[in-house]
Design a protein around this ligand. Structure first.
Ligand SMILES: Cc1cc2nc3c(=O)[nH]c(=O)nc-3n(C[C@H](O)[C@H](O)[C@H](O)COP(=O)(O)O)c2cc1C
Length: 308
């Protein structure tokens, strides 16, 4: 007999999620804007916009442009800063029956440590997601995440400053993402998430100028899904810790591909801008698929890819 209520619970190390569907950082604000449209209680987790120690205005406009099957953004990590988040957003977010994961980024290894320390004792913060795709100001602006050893150093520093589960979010702008994944695992991360955006640009041919004021931006959306999926496939074979899939997931079919490839959970990003209820549709679609295929626990699906 087919189970009408598949068990969608999944684990990211010490953290249990009621289902594998989360919001990708930077595409869901701090949840407030979506609350009239989405039942936040149904989400596996909300990952909030990346927070820095001090508030940041971000880059000058234009900072978003639509491209074929995707978008480029150069928001420049605009955010309200960790203190305002703790005071103004966290008390509201805590009311919901979901996990709150705080995405952080620093301009130096010290800043990552300070941020983790600030969030350490806070009730309502379930885990920290560390964005290492941002420029390392101390060493000339190259992203932390492009160097496996610096990525490991950031991970170690965050772990030293918190008891909360630590997810490290990897950059795809590297030659072999497995090298970074391996070092970050060795440093002690509880889970990995991948991928962040791929660097790209667009040019206005009338003005013969870059469309984005920042010249380049991060590419996201359906255009990057095959790349993200392949990286997940590679990384799950390389590390033992859970891997979270993100990149171009627009619907439940996309999400299922990532789960079958071995992702323990997934994040919905750019899709939220097109369909604010995308996360709800993805959860429902996964549930329906499980019922149809007689899957009683999501674990039966995760990593079930067959080759040959
Ligand atoms: C407008 C925008 C803002 C983003 N801000 C962040 C951020 O603050 N921190 C972070 O780790 N990732 C950030 N991301 C990356 C997304 O979380 C995600 O990794 C990426 O967009 C790929 O997923 P998608 O194709 O489903 O959007 C941002 C993406 C977009 C489009």
């Amino acid at each position: 007999m087919k189970s009408s209520k598949p068990d969608l619970r999944t684990r990211l190390g010490p953290l249990e999620l009621k289902n594998p569907v989360m919001t990708a950082s930077g595409t869901f604000g701090y949840g407030m804007e979506y609350e009239p449209l989405v039942d936040l209680n149904l989400l596996g987790a909300i990952i909030v916009k990346g927070l820095s120690l001090k508030p940041r205005g971000g880059n000058p406009p234009p900072r978003i442009v639509e491209t074929s099957c995707g978008m480029l953004n150069a928001i420049g990590l605009a955010n309200i800063g960790v203190e305002a988040f703790i005071k103004e957003k966290l008390p509201w977010l805590k009311k919901f029956d979901t996990e709150i994961i705080v995405n952080i980024y620093g301009e130096s290894i010290d800043e990552y440590g300070e941020l983790a320390n600030r969030l350490k004792k806070l009730d309502g913060v379930s885990a920290i997601e560390v964005n290492i795709s941002c420029p390392n100001v101390e060493s000339g602006g190259m992203a932390f995440g492009t160097d496996p050893y610096v990525s490991a150093q950031v991970t170690e520093r965050v772990l030293k400053n918190t008891d909360k589960p630590v997810i490290v979010k990897l950059s795809p702008n590297v030659t072999d993402i497995r090298l970074v994944a391996k070092e970050v695992e060795r440093a002690g991360a509880d889970a990995l998430s991948l991928i962040n955006t791929l660097t790209g640009m667009a040019i206005n041919i009338e003005r013969r100028r870059p469309v984005l004021a920042n010249i380049s931006g991060g590419l996201s959306g359906p255009a990057i899904k095959p790349i993200a999926l392949h990286m997940i496939y590679q990384v799950v074979k390389t590390v033992e810790i859970p891997v979270i899939g993100v990149g171009g997931i627009m619907n439940s079919r996309d999400a299922l591909e990532f789960l079958i490839a071995g992702a323990t959970a997934i994040q919905v990003g750019t899709a939220n801008f097109i369909n604010p209820r995308a996360t709800m549709d993805v959860i429902e679609g996964i549930r329906r698929y499980c019922i149809e295929k007689d899957i009683t626990e999501i674990g039966e699906l995760i990593g079930s890819l067959e080759i040959n």
